[in-house]
Design a protein around this ligand. Structure first.
Ligand SMILES: O=C(CO)[C@@H](O)[C@@H](O)COP(=O)(O)O
Length: 232
């Protein structure tokens, strides 16, 4: 049972090292079956070069194992909470890709400086702050999902418009209509993060970079707040 779902999750996970987004056992991808209300996720701590489709673990939305012998990813509760809350996403990716993690560790939104970024979203990429003690609902280690949801609970930032987020001090999570799209978004996020970092090495003034002729054109086309960080 769940052979096709396992294969979808397996193939998406194997894209991460191929795209240079992870090393060793970092990161994880899941794929959901909405009809069966389950998702398939990478097992924890298994190197990609030895991962097999039959190793993929089937979970329910309460992060309980439905089928599988290996321990599910340590990020399973985050994937489960996002699937339970956002019923229109089909896949989730988490990586430790270098430039996205650097922005996450710096605790900064990734500013939109140009067309490459704008082709994917008109918003700065938000960095979701670590939850404060009075905001923690469960145990701290498993608050990652709420860190993401808190970032998007403000309707000005839609998880449809922005299919990616940085978790402060941790790294990127992305999602999409299916697992393959969530992996695509993870690769796009890493490239946007790299370009923004290099742009700031050339010109460190974010306000000036956002005030260029092209961004003024963008503002006229999409509105004043189109590209100023909504952050969270
Ligand atoms: O950063 C973390 C732990 O939160 C994970 O993304 C990463 O190390 C992968 O862990 P898993 O092998 O999926 O348990």
């Amino acid at each position: 049972m769940y052979k096709t779902l396992r294969e979808e999750a397996y193939e998406a996970n194997m894209q991460l090292p191929k795209l240079g987004l992870v090393l060793f056992t970092f990161g994880n991808v899941s794929a959901v079956d909405r009809d069966k209300a389950v998702f398939a996720i990478k097992p924890s701590g298994v190197p990609y070069e030895s991962l097999r489709a039959q190793d993929i673990v089937i979970m329910d939305y309460d992060a309980q194992v439905v089928e599988g012998t290996l321990r599910p990813s340590s990020d399973t509760k985050t994937h489960a909470l996002l699937y339970k809350t956002w019923d229109d996403i089909g896949g989730i990716t988490h990586t430790h890709s270098t430039y996205a993690v650097a922005w996450a560790q710096a605790g900064r939104d990734i500013p939109i400086f140009g067309t490459t970024h704008a082709d994917h979203t008109h918003q700065d990429i938000p960095c979701a702050p670590v939850l404060t003690d009075d905001m923690i609902r469960g145990d701290y280690e498993h608050e990652t999902g709420n860190q993401i949801l808190d970032c998007f609970k403000d309707k000005t930032l839609s998880h449809h418009e922005v299919e990616m987020v940085l978790l402060q001090n941790h790294g990127p999570f992305t999602w999409g209509q299916d697992a393959a799209k969530s992996v695509y978004n993870a690769a796009v996020l890493e490239e946007i993060a790299r370009m923004a970092y290099l742009t700031l090495q050339i010109n460190a003034d974010t306000a000036v970079l956002k005030d260029t002729l092209r961004m003024k054109h963008f503002e006229r086309k999409h509105g004043k707040d189109a590209y100023y960080g909504q952050g969270c």
